[in-house]
Unconditional design. Sequence first.
Length: 256
Amino acid sequence: MIPYYREVGDEVEVFDLCYKNRLPLMIKGPTGCGKSQFVAAMAARHGRPIIKVACNEDTTASDLLGRFFIKNMETAWQDGPVVRAVREGAILYLDEVAEAREDVIVVLHSITDHRRELYIDRINESLSAPESFMCVTSFNPGYQSGFKEMKPSTRQRFVTLALGYPPPEIEIEILIKMTGVAPAVAKAMVALADGIRKQPQLGLRETISTRLLIYSAGLINGGMHPRKALLHGAIESLTDDAKIIQALKDTAALHF
Ligand SMILES: Nc1ncnc2c1ncn2[C@@H]1O[C@H](COP(=O)(O)OP(=O)(O)OP(=O)(O)O)[C@@H](O)[C@H]1O
Ligand SMILES: [Mg+2]
């Protein structure tokens, strides 16, 4: 079954052309805006498995490429996710790629440019990516703080797609489709989210996401009062500052 994804702009066209032309794709956007859901839907659309790697600052080249381990007193090699994806012609999805150290990201360079080749020095093997292999990365520019910025030599190896929170009418549609919440409730939740997103003075590190609206709708569907559902499903996840929590509760009370 193809996961539900509601197109917001031209992202499906961009993905399809990248897949067809064997170009790597970088998706940037805030947390909970649909990046992973989009990649899952696109992989299913092209009938390819996804091999997903969550990157962080401790990610090593071995985590990506593979390592030797001891089995029955002998050393054996185990492919890492990048090598598996190349061998299987899968869609490699590197989540939060900017979190990985640059010297680690560099191992991807030859596979993400015109060469589409991977050299695994530990086992002295060169792999050529099959046509169906595609590398997709995602990152959240909101987390980027100067030193974490990716090098242009990495950035410029990718076609880049910027996703954001969907416009209100589409977000309402997504909420109803994903949770079955009543249309009037979905409409009020999205109006609330829209209001919160337009208030940078709240000083939230990241604003309310589609994901948090989906969580809150789930609680409402379970019988919880919308104000309480929004408190637990969204507001408490946005901040720990008591004053801002109160301000957000007051805003929610205007809608419910
Ligand atoms: N356009 C959309 N179509 C369908 N579902 C969407 C869409 N936008 C957001 N969602 C839903 O919002 C939720 C969060 O999406 P997802 O997990 O893909 O976010 P993300 O951008 O990958 O976040 P993170 O950066 O935290 O990993 C999911 O339940 C997803 O289905
Ligand atoms: Mg994600």
